[in-house]
Design a protein. Structure first.
Length: 438
């Protein structure tokens, strides 16, 4: 070990237990407007961010402009006799707070089709990566490469008045959302298939064309994409990808770099990449048990082995929710209506019956319920998308709807550069010694 690394290792090894002990002893001490545990705990529960498009209630789940997911499935326009809401309709709702008409949704779908042409240099950027490069790295780079087309950048350099920031941002947002399904599908086809991608069909909607370009046949998958892209779109402003988008956007960075930053946050295993951890764990379980149709007793035993080894059960628990995630329930309903005979999906449902009681028995788990990641991977796997590390890209396509609508509102309201105050552990220790905290 080199000298610098050794010095750091010794300091960190000594400081980590010291900080942990300090938090335990002085957890509720007031540091400014927050508790000491929140200062070190990722600002958990601190209300310091305005997010107009959605709100997350611990017990009721996500509300998009006040509407629950079941209400959205009932009230948002659907595509030509389908059962699932169109994401175009949700974006309209997120942006202006009203349920659109069918004609308005048709206009938006057609508008996104018109704006969906991806610059040739963006494909060249993707092609420059080795095919085994993680899809999220390709996705982030491709998004950043479209900065050349930023309306906001051009108008800002021309001396745009700040009251017009939202207008230029809106144009970039519409272009970005229109393009990213084609970018994502190109990455998928290039990395995992034959590199051939179907052209979008003007008679299909945004989700239908995404499904078409991915190369997954059948109306059921198109319908699932409509549901999936709707329910993954927004989850208030405090989650990592949304907050990162807001933070970078507050610097007046253009829409493309702002969204790319949010995608880099989404890529982490504690956030959007969790879906692939879930399906990997489920497949490891059925392989270990030697059956694709394990009993609940077998699952219970495997769950306990996982917990005894010091690992968590992927897909269970949430930073805010204290009930089963409504997004999990929505996907379960889709699977029941369309895919109920699938062994893997049946196993996911059995896990749903087994894991919450097992976690509750530990006595220290605040939320033993499944989150959205507990189900989506099994459905994608059923439809033939078995490349786990692509799942987060699909999540990212959806998340654009929420964070980009919110960015328009950030610019319209003239919200300032986000700049919280930080302190050092040395300062905290000195304040504790001086009894300066309440």
């Amino acid at each position: 070990m080199d000298t610098l690394k050794e010095k750091f290792s010794l300091l960190a090894k000594a400081m980590r237990p010291e900080v942990k002990s300090m938090i335990k002893e002085h957890r509720e001490k007031q540091v400014g407007d927050v508790k000491l545990w929140q200062l070190y705990g990722g600002a958990r529960g601190v209300k310091c961010l305005v997010w107009e498009t959605s709100e997350l209630d611990p017990n009721k789940g996500i509300r998009f402009r006040g509407y629950s997911i079941p209400e959205l499935r009932e009230r948002l326009p659907k595509f030509q006799g389908g059962d699932e809401p169109m994401p175009e309709a949700l974006f309209w709702l997120l942006l202006v707070g009203e349920i659109p008409t069918e004609e308005e949704v048709k206009w938006l779908s057609a508008e996104w089709y018109k704006r969906s042409e991806v610059p040739a240099h963006t494909f060249k950027v993707i092609d420059a990566f080795p095919k085994d490069t993680h899809p999220m790295a390709q996705f982030s780079a491709a998004i950043s490469s479209m900065k050349n087309d930023s309306v906001f950048d051009r108008r800002y350099s021309e001396g745009m008045h700040k009251t017009e920031y939202w207008d230029a941002t809106y144009e970039d947002v519409m272009n970005l959302i229109a393009r990213i399904p084609k970018v994502a599908a190109y990455i998928y086809r290039r990395s995992f298939k034959d590199g051939v991608m179907a052209e979008p069909d003007p008679n299909l909607d945004w989700s239908g064309n995404f499904a078409r370009m991915l190369g997954i046949e059948g109306d059921k998958f198109k319908e699932f994409m409509r549901l999936y892209l709707t329910i993954h779109s927004d989850h208030e402003g405090g989650n990592a990808s949304a907050h990162t988008t807001h933070l970078v956007g507050s610097t007046l960075s253009d829409t493309y770099l702002t969204f790319a930053a949010g995608m880099n946050a989404l890529a982490g295993p504690l956030h959007g990449a969790a879906t692939q951890e879930v399906i990997r764990w489920v497949l490891e379980m059925v392989e270990s048990l030697g059956t694709r149709t394990p009993s609940k007793d077998q699952i219970k035993s495997y769950v306990q082995q996982t917990l005894d080894s010091g690992r968590v059960i992927p897909g269970y628990g949430h930073a805010v929710l204290r009930q089963p995630d409504p997004r999990f329930i929505a996907q379960k309903g889709f699977a029941e209506r369309n895919l109920g005979e699938d062994d893997l999906i049946q196993t996911v449902w059995k896990i749903f019956e087994v894991v919450p009681p097992a976690l509750q028995a530990l006595g220290k788990v605040k939320n033993p319920w499944p989150n959205v990641d507990a189900h989506s991977g099994a459905i994608l796997y059923n439809f033939g998308i078995k490349e786990f590390n692509f799942y987060t890209v699909m999540f990212g396509v959806s998340r654009a709807l929420g964070v980009m609508a919110a960015l328009c509102w950030t610019r319209a309201l003239g919200l300032p550069l986000e700049r919280p105050k930080s302190v050092t552990t040395k300062w905290v220790k000195q304040q504790l010694e001086d009894n300066a905290f309440g």
